[in-house]
Design a protein around this ligand. Structure first.
Ligand code: NDP
Length: 398
């Protein structure tokens, strides 16, 4: 009997819950807990209607470590799947340690008052998790997540040495809104408005936000302009890929998105510090989040595809080699299957597969662990089976 607790009933939480219910031989008992019970109940009803599976729901404030610890001790799940927000990572890691339960998430911890996207806070738990004989799996979404596993797969099966990696993320979908973000608006805008950064020849190189762009030919989408961003998986991949000379992350944005974001940033609406408004402290970014569409609400009528993968170049048997490992996901198909859009879907499916790897002990390493440190083969086998088929294409070497 494998009892799991999913925390967070947003766009991603909905998909993870549906996907765990699809694999009910592995996840024999599912509880979904979040701050707002109504959102949990909506997902509970949808899982019952579409899958015929009963799940439990509960209200939980994951920022309250003491109450969460007690809840975990009473419920006794074998794993906590954290798909709340990055702010909840540390309180949940503390509660899991105190209750003796394995942990996983899809995004690294961020303090509310600075957008840094660094693993240092979670790496600080390494010894405590090892000593407690517990596993904490970092970033089991798509990017981070599947992109890390694609790199591990390339290292295991395709290369003796990996020299260059470009992680390329394209959402060529259309939700019909003038401006909306595909996952939590606050986290998304913090990520995009921060300074860019990539790693080359052993050091980090900083850029202005969206300073560097390049056109890539995305499978099943075609040519799209993508912008260089800093993304958290770069930090762990530089430690775990052999022979690496450069790694960068690129994401596409439409003209309309960039226009809106530039104006919002210029007028101060993306600030994450407090401002005084008529005697009330307001964080502009948090206020902006309240005005923007809920990412989950974009799902109905969303058309088009996401195309995300890793372009990897290196050496095999003394010769240069270049490959593109990628997945293409269709927004409308995701809606038909789990009532979500493809960005939540491509995050929620790998979260479920990561959890499955841990429950089945196919991934079993104590301490704080990154996806690329684990065997990629069983993960990728299940990923294709549960809705995210992936492909390897040989590219000409420059
Ligand atoms: P949403 O904002 O849609 O959902 C977040 C959920 O967490 C909400 O239900 C929210 O509750 C709940 N929550 C927030 N604070 C607490 C708390 N203190 N206690 C309990 N529950 C809380 O976000 P998404 O579903 O879009 O994203 C979820 C996570 O997935 C984020 O961390 C995001 O960064 C990550 N992500 C990762 C990706 C990847 O590829 N690795 C890609 C996309 C997202 P309430 O409704 O009450 O606010």
């Amino acid at each position: 009997m494998s009892k799991v607790l999913i925390i967070g009933a947003g766009g991603v939480g909905g998909v993870v819950t549906h996907k765990c219910a699809q694999a009910s031989d592995v996840f024999t008992h599912i509880t979904l807990a979040s701050r707002t019970l109504e959102k949990c109940k909506k997902i509970q009803q949808s899982v019952k209607e579409l899958r015929g599976v009963d799940i439990d729901v509960a209200t939980l404030d994951a920022d309250d470590v003491e109450a969460t610890t007690q809840y975990l001790k009473d419920l006794k799940p074998v794993l906590v799947i954290n798909v709340a927000l990055p702010y909840q990572d540390l309180p949940l890691m503390d509660a899991c340690l105190a209750a003796g339960i394995d942990y996983m998430d899809t995004a690294n911890y961020e303090p509310r008052d600075e957008a840094k996207f660094e693993y240092k806070w979670q790496w600080a738990y390494q010894d405590r998790y090892k000593d407690a004989n517990l596993m904490a799996l970092m970033g089991s979404g798509f990017d981070p997540g599947v992109t890390n596993v694609f790199c591990a797969y390339a290292q295991k099966h395709h290369f003796d040495e990996i020299h260059y990696v470009d992680i390329v993320d394209c959402n060529a979908g259309d939700h019909g809104k003038a401006f909306a973000t595909n996952f939590n608006p606050e986290i998304n805008l913090r990520e995009v408005t921060q300074r860019g950064k990539y790693w080359e020849d052993g050091k980090w190189v900083e850029t202005d936000p969206l300073e560097i762009s390049q056109t890539f030919d995305f499978p099943e989408v075609g040519d799209r302009k993508a912008y260089l961003l800093y993304h958290e998986e770069l930090e762990s991949l530089v430690l775990h890929l052999k022979g690496l000379k450069r790694i960068r992350f690129w994401m596409t944005f439409g003209e309309e998105y960039i226009k809106h974001m530039t104006v919002l940033a210029n007028v101060g609406m993306t600030r994450i510090d407090e401002v005084d408004y008529k005697g009330t402290k307001v964080v502009p970014m948090e206020f902006l989040k309240c005005l923007l569409p809920d990412p989950g609400s974009l799902a109905e009528g969303y058309k088009g595809k996401t195309s995300i993968g890793c372009i990897i170049e290196g050496m095999k048997d003394g010769k240069k080699k270049k490959i593109f490992i990628y997945n293409v996901c269709d927004h409308e198909e995701c809606y038909r299957e789990v009532r979500s859009q493809a960005v939540s879907y491509t995050t929620g499916v790998p979260a479920m597969i990561g959890a499955m790897m841990m429950l089945q002990k196919k991934w079993d390493q104590k301490g704080v662990v990154h996806m690329e440190q684990m065997d990629p083969d069983p993960f990728l086998e299940q990923l294709a089976k549960y809705g995210l088929p992936w492909h390897v294409k040989e590219l000409p070497v420059d």
